[in-house]
Design a protein around this ligand. Structure first.
Ligand SMILES: [Zn+2]
Length: 245
C-alpha cells in the first residue's frame, strides 16, 4: 500500500476539501429569496426565455482535485463548454461563469478567504446576468473504488431537487454511482445562491478507469449532453413558470 501511495500521488486541494467538508460551516445567506415567480410569457419557449448558468468549478491556481497531471479544473471547463454548445444548438440561453483558466476572486474582495471570494464571484456573475438556474460542474475524489456521477441539491429546496433529479436521470444513462447519488447538501455555493442551484460531480478522478474516460472528448460529450438534457427536461416539465427560491 505504501508503494502504491508513493507511486501515485493524489492531490486534493484545499478548495475541494472546503467545498465538500468545510463549506458547510454556518454562514448567513446574503439575501432573502426572491419572489414572486418569474412567469413565462405564453409566446415564449422556456429554453429561449430562461437563462442557465453553468459554473466550471475551480480555475487558475486552484486546480481542484487532481491525479498525476490530470486536473479537475480542465475537465470541468471542457464539459461546461460542451454543455454550452449543445444547449445553444437547441436555441437555449446559456452562459458560463468562467470561459478560461482563471479564478474570479476579485469580484468579492471582502470575503474572508480566497475560496469564498471565488465562489461568491461565480454566484454574482450568474445573478448579475439574471440567470434562472446555476449548475456547478466538478470532478470528485475519494478512494479508487468509487466511480460515477453524483448530484447535490440545495437542502430543503424542492426546485433545486427537481433540477438535480432531472440531471441525474440523464446521467444514469451514461454511468451510475454505486451508493448515494442525489443528495441534499448545505454547501456554500448551494446556500448562497438565490436561484435554484445544483452541484454535479461528474465522476471520480481517483478511479483509474473513470479518470481515463473523463479525459476523452467522447465521454465529456456524453456527460455534457446528459446534463444539458437534464436541464431541458426540467424546464419542459415545469413549463410555465420557474419559482425563484
Ligand atoms: Zn471541485
Amino acid at each position: 500500500m505504501k508503494n502504491f501511495i508513493g507511486k501515485y500521488y493524489v492531490s486534493l486541494t484545499i478548495t475541494c476539501i472546503i467545498i465538500i467538508f468545510v463549506g458547510v460551516t454556518f454562514w448567513p445567506k446574503r439575501s432573502e429569496p426572491q419572489q414572486p415567480s418569474k412567469q413565462l410569457p405564453p409566446e415564449k419557449a422556456p429554453l429561449e426565455y430562461y437563462l442557465v448558468a453553468i459554473d466550471p468549478g475551480h480555475g487558475g491556481r486552484d486546480g481542484g482535485s487532481g491525479y498525476d497531471a490530470v486536473k479537475e479544473k480542465d475537465i470541468n471547463l471542457a464539459i461546461a463548454k460542451k454543455i454550452k454548445t449543445i444547449y445553444q444548438s437547441w436555441k437555449g440561453q446559456i452562459m458560463l461563469t468562467r470561459e478560461g483558466d482563471y479564478r474570479v476572486t476579485e469580484l468579492y474582495p471582502n470575503e474572508r478567504t480566497k475560496q469564498r471570494r471565488d465562489l461568491s464571484g461565480r454566484i454574482k456573475i450568474a445573478q448579475e446576468e439574471n440567470a434562472d438556474l446555476l449548475v456547478s460542474i466538478h470532478v470528485n475524489a475519494a478512494s479508487s473504488a468509487l466511480k460515477g456521477p453524483m448530484v447535490f441539491y440545495q437542502k430543503d429546496n424542492e426546485i433545486s431537487k427537481e433540477l438535480g433529479r432531472s440531471i441525474l436521470e440523464q446521467l444514469h444513462h451514461v454511468e451510475r454511482h454505486q451508493q448515494q447519488d442525489l443528495i441534499g447538501a448545505d454547501y456554500f455555493i448551494l446556500r448562497q445562491a438565490d436561484i435554484p442551484t445544483v452541484l454535479v460531480e461528474v465522476g471520480f478522478i481517483t478511479h483509474p478507469e473513470e479518470r481515463g474516460k473523463l479525459q476523452t472528448e467522447e465521454y465529456q460529450e456524453q456527460l455534457a449532453r446528459a446534463i444539458a438534457e437534464g436541464v431541458k427536461g426540467f424546464f419542459l416539465t415545469k413549463e410555465r413558470h420557474l419559482p425563484r427560491t
